[in-house]
Design a protein around this ligand. Structure first.
Ligand code: F6R
Length: 616
């Protein structure tokens, strides 16, 4: 997500902060800004676009005497990437300025509350609202750190915040909740950043600020307090990594980092979309009456996003009984699809720039079909051109192989289906209880990361497999398709993916010793006296009888697959079977990663592939 940097000390603070922002560039950004004390005021310079745009502003500004500065590179979540929406932001009286990474979930409520007290807002951001809340407390005459402590009690959501005040110019106050913030300690200088690489040229002594703690930095001291103002001891650690490894947060590859980010991505994607009564809230999508009118959904996407779309179909049809088709974007455009005027076309795209999807979107616009985007990159073409867009809030995805974006896309589709159920009062779904499950999903995703031991052993077999099948029923089959795509694109292992029941109609002829079949068996729902899992186990038996190697991904309470499968990967169970299936993508992603690593493949930039496919 966004990049945060701050410096106090004898060096040219603006130059240091600009350099730190450059070192955070790999996180992705669309605008940037810097604040520093100037005479009795705070000076803010900010600009949409690349860092070089901000660099040009700085070239024309005399800053060589500045000894305290903070800077931000923004990856937009609320409001387009414009100069005005860029950070830093002022409060109402311009006494304080802040930079922020994360999402303030209750910013609309707070904005209304403050507007009623006469506050004026210049941007569309949640950050400016947070600045006003801090200013509101600071105006009561308390020290800056106390104002921040009181203000964060009014904020809900994920944030890392750094605050500067006009009247205490040699001080930066920082706090965080669920967004990263690292403090760096030097000789007569102190600094902070949202990631370690930004600090490494200046110090290797760092500390991760704990959630809820408040740090007060000057050039010669750092004080940390907890949320009740009790002093917290400083525990610095020495970083030995080289700078390139540090950019990946110590992970060997971005892909692995992004796989491990998924518990946080789940929290971020839910942020601001669930209220206290477990109801779904979506801003900026169609009015409630529109959902009563829609008679069919067409989901249009490519690759991983297409696979997320298949999960959408499962959800819309199962939860809402709303007919849904999923199209490859490249086929949709030339297939002359029959489109109901009351239908909704949903475009799913991480980058928001995929040419095939954009062309299909323009076709729908021509035909006056309602369009809804599910997009990760704010300001991208698909996000701008759809009638409405929901952002996945997954943060920048750098590895070519999409991992965390998929999870966020499926989660947004789940929220959307629940939202439609809520507004149309669809019978038979208890939205609050599914929402309660969603709240625990991040922890369950964390547990899925612990499957690495069995996945590593399995990777040793898969690395030499001439062919790998991905099989399952229902949502498990759809997730298997995504698992197969990962193994092909990263590890170059040939795959075949299909519903498990299809094997016996032909593809089973390909089974021979050495061929690995990975079965998703997370669904134990009972239909007509036998469970779906039992049916999958029968399909496993058919493959095993022909000499194939069997792998089962199942939920932790199950002990039925062991009698057939050579490898069993266990993940936490969710009451909603599509959520268990979604979680099973994590061991599949880890599997492709480890097979690729064992086979010495170029993981973050696999051969023949590009991150954003802007040609048809
Ligand atoms: C696979 C992958 C691709 C993309 C596809 C669509 O790991 O990344 O299959 O999912 O090219 O890209 P977006 O989502 O940017 O439209």
């Amino acid at each position: 997500m966004c990049g945060i940097a701050g410096y106090l000390g004898p060096r040219k603070a603006v130059d240091v902060v600009f350099d730190q922002l450059k070192r955070l560039e790999y996180r992705g950004y669309d605008s940037a800004g810097i604040a520093f004390p100037e005479r009795q005021d705070i000076r803010i310079l900010k600009k949409a676009g690349k860092l070089s745009e901000l660099g040009r502003l700085l070239e024309d500004t005399e800053t060589s005497d500045v000894r305290t500065a903070m800077g931000h590179s923004r990856w937009a979540t609320h409001g387009a990437p414009t100069d005005t929406n860029a950070h830093p932001h002022f409060d109402q009286t311009e006494n304080v300025s802040i930079i922020h990474n994360g999402i303030i979930e209750n910013y609309l409520e707070l904005r209304e509350e403050l507007a009623a007290k006469g506050h004026h807002f210049h941007s569309q951001t949640d950050t400016e609202v947070a600045a006003h809340v801090i200013g509101d407390e600071y105006d009561k005459g308390v020290p800056l750190e106390e104002a921040v402590r009181l203000a964060v009690k009014r904020l809900r959501g994920a944030y890392a915040l750094v605050v500067m005040s006009r009247t205490e110019p040699g001080k930066l106050v920082a706090t965080r909740n669920a967004s990263p913030l690292i403090l760096g300690f030097g000789e007569h200088e102190n600094m902070l950043a949202s990631d370690i690489p930004a600090l490494l040229p200046y110090t290797r002594e760092v500390m991760v600020l704990e959630e809820g703690d408040i740090a007060v930095l000057t050039d010669h001291s750092v004080r940390i307090m907890d949320g009740d103002s009790r002093e917290v001891p400083i525990k610095a650690m020495t970083i030995e990594w080289d700078i390139a490894a540090a950019e990946r947060g110590g992970y060997e590859h971005f892909m692995l980092k992004e796989i491990h980010e998924q518990p946080d991505v789940i929290r971020q994607t839910l942020a601001g979309r669930i209220d206290d009564k477990n109801q779904i809230r979506f801003e900026q999508i169609f009015g409630e009456h529109v959902w009563h009118e829609i008679d069919r959904v067409n989901i249009i996407a490519c690759g991983t996003a297409y696979h997320a779309g298949l999960m959408g179909k499962y959800l819309f049809e199962k939860l809402l009984r709303l007919p849904c088709d999923v199209y490859y974007s490249s086929e949709f455009r030339y297939g002359d699809p029959v489109l109901s005027p009351k239908s909704l076309a949903i475009f799913i795209s991480q980058s928001g720039e995929t040419a095939d999807s954009l062309a299909a979107l323009r076709l729908c616009k021509e035909k006056r079909i309602r369009t809804l985007g599910i997009v990760n990159v704010i300001g991208s073409s698909i996000a701008r051109e759809c009638d409405r867009t929901i952002f996945t809030q997954a943060g920048p995805e750098i590895s070519v192989a999409s991992t965390k974006a998929y999870t966020a896309q499926v989660l947004v589709l789940t929220l959307l289906a629940l939202y439609v159920a809520q507004v149309t009062e669809a019978p038979g779904i208890r939205v609050p209880s599914v929402v309660e499950e969603l709240k625990g999903l991040s922890e369950k995703a964390k547990a899925c990361l612990n499957t690495e031991d069995v996945v590593l052993a399995l990777a040793e077999d898969v690395r030499n497999a001439p062919l790998c099948f991905f099989l399952g029923r229902g949502a498990d089959a759809y997730v298997g398709m995504e698992g197969a795509l990962k193994l092909k694109e990263i590890a170059y292992i040939p795959t075949q993916e299909m519903p498990a029941g299809e094997m016996k109609h032909g593809p089973i002829a390909l089974i021979q010793p050495g061929v690995v079949s990975i079965f998703g068996a997370t669904n134990d729902a009972v239909l007509e006296h036998s469970s779906i899992r039992e049916k999958v186990i029968s399909n496993m038996q058919e493959v095993k009888a022909r000499g194939g190697t069997i792998v089962a991904i199942t939920t932790e309470e199950d002990n039925t697959v062991e009698r057939v499968a050579e490898y069993v990967v266990k993940i936490p169970k969710c009451e909603s079977e599509f959520l268990s299936a979604l979680l099973s993508v994590i061991p599949l992603q880890l599997l492709s990663y480890h097979v690729a690593r064992l086979n010495g493949c170029e993981i973050d930039q696999p051969r023949n592939l590009a991150k954003s496919v802007t040609v048809e």
